[in-house]
Design a protein around this ligand. Sequence first.
Ligand SMILES: Cc1ncc(COP(=O)(O)O)c(C=O)c1O
Length: 472
Amino acid sequence: MSSPPALPLGEQLQADPEFNAALDQAATIVRSYANRIDGIRPPLAGRTIDYQRAVDEFGQIRGGRLFFPFIGSGLGRGPFVELGDGSVKLDFINGIGALPFGHSHPEITAAALRAAATNAVMHGNLQQNAAGVEFSRKLLAMANARHPVFDHCFISSTGVMAGENMLKIAFQARQPAHRVLAFEGCFAGRTLAFSQITDKAAFRVGLPQTLEVDYVPFFDAEDPAGSTERAVVVLRRHLTRYPQQHAAFIYELVQGEGGFYPGTKAFFTTLMTICREHGVLNLGDEVQTFARTPQPFAFQYFELEDLIDGLWIGKSSQACATLFKSAHQPKPGLLSQTFTASAVALAAGERILDLLQDGGYFGTDGIIARRAAEFHRGLQAIHEKHPSWLRGPYGVGAMTAFTPFAGQPAQAQAVVRALYDHGVMTFVAGADPMRVRFLWPVGVTESSHIELALGILENVLSSLAPEHTKSA
Ligand SMILES: Cc1ncc(COP(=O)(O)O)c(C=O)c1O
């Protein structure tokens, strides 16, 4: 048997100069290719037919066609992404908000390359390396930066799984309460439990009812006092009708899929205070809002530190997570996962947390607030020139939206598809009206990218206007 090493071999590998030189070289090569991407580009000659075939085949294999004919080449640069046909798009939707630093970011690529060389492709229950500890520690520090709020962080593979874990913790802590409160128009995910919370009938067609959910109307910016009063009346009615049966209220503090509707501090404080008085846990679904409002977490932006009891995040953080308090500590056996997240996701997530923390993104004069203001001014200018083309802007921070024409679904979808054809990736949100949304990557969006998107948008709206404003 060889003599024991002075340090664990895994640590020695990470410090090995040859290993580090090889990683640096790989990262440099990736960067040299990425740097050749410098803007929106049409498909390469001769690639269109094979590419379309691959898109069709993928749709066929997965049992439903892709929303966009999009298969990435695996490379991009900042907000630009290259597709398998060699075309390049300005990606202002990022897999619905999952890439806060855009594509092929040098530091995230370097972290991912290093992580890819570790033995655990996926981390989980009996297979945890140091990356999970680091990620959890940093996330908790970010959440507790202004006031100590949470004691624990449990990592999961998806946003909805992080939500399921939180809800199980809440039910166990508040047993035998078994009902849930949520906002009208909310989106929470698509598991059997969470498709009952998501307020969209189409997403639960044919599914059994797994959960009893009582809905409360959301904040209405046109009628702050009236909408708060209505929400209080409905909340109290539910609490009276089903005494002590509600374990939790799930708050999507800025409604995402619902159409980019933010609430306010006063609105949430009013409802959360009533819930607190009734022993109902206040839980934040921050899967879409994390790292998008002018504070890292939306509960911090709305200053709800004293009233929030638990939350979960996903998307921007790569690895998803549930943050909770010791008072609600789950009993052994309630939570466990073969796979929590991949080593690469944890390393990329940790790097993203560092970049967010140190990059001047947050605060009233932070990058998120400033870029959002620029985007809003640009949309407002289009509205002033052509009031019938768009209404808005809407949303907060790096969640930016507008209503095209009359907000009919066919109109919003036509705008999103035309934008895609002209090189800008966006997506729809909400139903009545249906809006067009941008989840722009906070870490790499410059003023010039916003101007580029707005210029293309104006052209697209101009070309669609004759068809969609006939009756206006
Ligand atoms: C607010 C919100 N909650 C939960 C989810 C579900 O996350 P995931 O798709 O990672 O399971 C989403 C996804 O869009 C979301 O926007």
